[in-house]
Design a protein around this ligand. Structure first.
Ligand code: ZN
Ligand code: ZN
Ligand code: ZN
Length: 364
């Protein structure tokens, strides 16, 4: 069922590390480990689990003895197990070149990195997303179809949420509905369900609280999670009953910015150019200072990852990259508007994985 060639991913990672001047990469449990090997340890704990990918040795996983069986069931690479009382850092250090430099997965616990540094003084380390930001950025066809399916499930959740009652209920009640719908349409986990009504919408990451939603409120709905190991992330802004003229105007500007940024997607265009296109529309309308975040982020086995669509990111778009396009305008004390789709770069332009109507939907 799983046709992913993990050996190819691991050898590409070593090649990318070599090209970056690194002697290898060290990966602890988390999205990078799952992406590289397919292995999801039972839990991320104080016991060291570490994938060691170097030029000098074949791929090896340092694993606690009590989890060796689980690892052996999914992995064909070398397993080096250790028992409580052993020094796992010395075991890992044995695979490292003295004074070598290594990329380390971002979420590696400080405990483990400090242990490695102590066991192999003279080695150097860089964060993996800093050293190899594009390692997971270009998706293969199986990843693209999973991201597309996750997007379609999120769209189905959005379509359904439009018919639940909003007025008189708390944000957190609508958030629970949204989470239930994401699961109902196939998500295995729900990572965030932002329901930001009225003035709360002016905080882009306001999650969902006790505020009671009232007629006339704009409500930012931004939600996503993982389905079949890949992320969804979409935003629509709706209004309860009837919008103010200002809301209609601001929503129209954000929608135009989102359309313009999407229309600019094609191979070779820089990431920052997409941000600029969205920002120009909003700035020309007089709301530049109220667009307070980057235009987008990559998505894959995590919901925020490179490439980032932000001023200063000069790397070009490449077919197979997947990212959000999510401009917004935030008016403190009043409301916020954001519209977000996941988009992939094709050979010629862009294709959306979120296809629900981007208009200002009316809910009740
Ligand atoms: Zn965000
Ligand atoms: Zn989002
Ligand atoms: Zn997003």
């Amino acid at each position: 069922m799983d046709s992913v060639d993990y050996a190819v991913r691991m050898s590409r990672a070593v090649a990318a590390a070599t090209a970056e001047g690194l002697d290898g990469i060290l990966v602890s449990p988390g999205p990078d480990l799952t992406w590289l090997t397919g292995y999801r340890p039972p839990a991320e704990t104080e016991r060291l689990t570490l994938l060691v990918l170097t030029r000098a040795h074949p791929p090896a996983l340092i694993v606690p003895a009590l989890e060796r069986g689980d690892a052996a069931a999914v992995l064909t690479l070398d397993l080096l197990d250790w028992r409580d009382g052993d020094d796992p850092y010395a075991l890992a250090a044995g695979l490292l070149t003295p004074s070598g430099s290594y990329g380390v997965s971002d979420s590696t616990w400080a405990l483990h990195l400090l242990g490695l540094m102590g066991a192999r003084p003279g080695t150097g380390y860089r964060g993996l997303s800093d050293a190899l930001p594009m390692l997971r950025a270009v998706k293969d066809s199986s990843e693209l179809s999973r991201l597309e399916a996750a997007g379609a499930a999120a769209d189905a959740a959005y379509t359904s949420i439009l018919s639940v009652p909003f007025a008189g209920r708390r944000e957190q009640d609508v958030a629970l509905d949204l989470a239930g719908l994401l699961r109902q349409f196939g998500h295995s986990s729900v990572d965030f369900t932002i329901v930001a009504s009225g003035p709360n919408g002016a905080d882009p990451h306001h999650s969902a609280g006790p505020r009671t939603i009232s007629p006339g409120d704009a409500v930012v709905l931004d939600f996503g999670g993982l389905m079949d190991g890949y992320g969804s992330d979409t935003t629509r802004t709706v209004v309860v009953d009837a919008p103010s003229d200002l809301l209609v105007k601001v929503h129209g500007i954000v929608r135009e910015a989102q359309e313009a940024a999407f229309a600019a997607v094609r191979p070779g265009v820089s990431c920052q150019e997409i941000d600029r296109v969205a920002r120009e529309v909003i700035t020309a309308a007089g709301y530049g200072p109220q667009f307070i975040h980057r235009t987008g982020h990559g998505i894959g086995v995590t919901t925020h990852e490179p490439p980032y669509l932000v001023e200063g990111e000069e790397r070009p778009l490449v077919p197979g990259m997947c990212f959000s396009i999510e401009p917004g305008i935030y008016l403190p004390g009043r409301f916020g508007v954001r519209i977000e789709d996941i988009v992939t770069v094709t050979e010629t332009d862009g294709r959306r994985f979120n296809n629900t109507d981007r208009g200002l939907a009316v809910v009740h």
